[in-house]
Structure formats: C-alpha cells, structure tokens
Design a protein. Structure first.
Length: 159
C-alpha cells in the first residue's frame, strides 16, 4: 500500500480532521478538569487508532484481516489505560480516565471505518456522560455512596 495515498486522498483528510476534532472535544473536557488525559493525548489516541484502521483496511485488499487490528487496538489501549490508574488510600483512581482512553480508541476505530460524523457524535456523547454524570453526582445525594462519597467530600479526585 502506498502510504502517500492516505495523505492525498480527500477522504483521508476528512477522517484525519474528524479524528483530530473528536480527540480535541474529549481532551478539552479532560484538560479543563486537570485530568491525566488532556487534549494532546486524546488527539493522539484518536489519530493513531484512525491511522491503524485505515492502513489495515487498505491492506485488506491483499488478504489481511482488518478485524485483527481492531482486536489489537483494544488490547493495546488497555495497557495505556492501565497506566493512568493508581491505588491511593484503598481506592483506585483514574478509572474514568482509563475509560475515556478506551472510548477515544473506539472513536478512532469508528472514524477509521469511515463513519466520520458518528465518531464526532460519539465524542460529544462521551463528554456528555463525563460532565452529566458528574453534575448528577453533585446534585443527588443518593449518587454519592461508596467511593463517590469520599470523592465529593474530599473533592480531590484524580479520575
């Protein structure tokens, strides 16, 4: 496969732009809250996943199985997500950031498969979940149980 073709194909530029935008949307929310996964990391995860999927799809014409790349992305991104999690005071911190990393890779796969608008919509939905659930936890006392009770009491979450 000619990798230069990816850079001159207008559909590739739409995909690159979509991956950049989707990563920026999620990364902006994470960075505003001072979380470990900011704009740079989010954009790079989306873009990297997009490129792997595009290359695997191009190689599919040679008999390669692109679904294997998706499986490897899921596995590999798990290691990256595990790197942002840590245990502190008997609780595990960073699980939401790890889940955001996993979702960013899923968005990159979606865009790499050609569903550009769906990928951007998923980025907005991801931010809606991150912001919306946080707002709900702050509003409704019943949602502040277990580890979430400590989180709101200390208000020093590293997640």
């Amino acid at each position: 496969m000619d990798l230069d073709l990816l850079l001159i194909d207008p559909l590739s530029w739409a995909g690159i732009g979509s991956a950049f935008l989707a990563g920026s949307i999620v990364g902006f929310e994470r960075q505003l809250l001072g979380k470990p996964v900011g704009i740079r990391t989010s954009v790079l995860i989306c873009l990297g996943t997009y490129v792997f999927i595009r290359i695997s799809n191009a190689e599919a014409s040679l008999g390669a199985d692109p679904s294997r790349v998706i499986g490897q992305v899921v596995t590999g991104i798990g290691f990256l997500g595990a790197g942002v999690m840590m245990s502190r005071d008997g609780t595990v911190k960073g699980v939401t950031s790890a889940a955001a990393i996993w979702m960013l890779a899923a968005i990159g796969v979606t865009i790499g498969m050609g569903a550009y608008l769906v990928g951007v919509k998923l980025a907005f939905l991801t931010v809606l979940v991150l912001v919306g659930v946080d707002s709900l936890e702050g509003t409704f006392r019943r949602l502040r149980k277990g580890v979430y009770a400590r989180r709101h009491r200390d208000d020093q979450s590293d997640d």
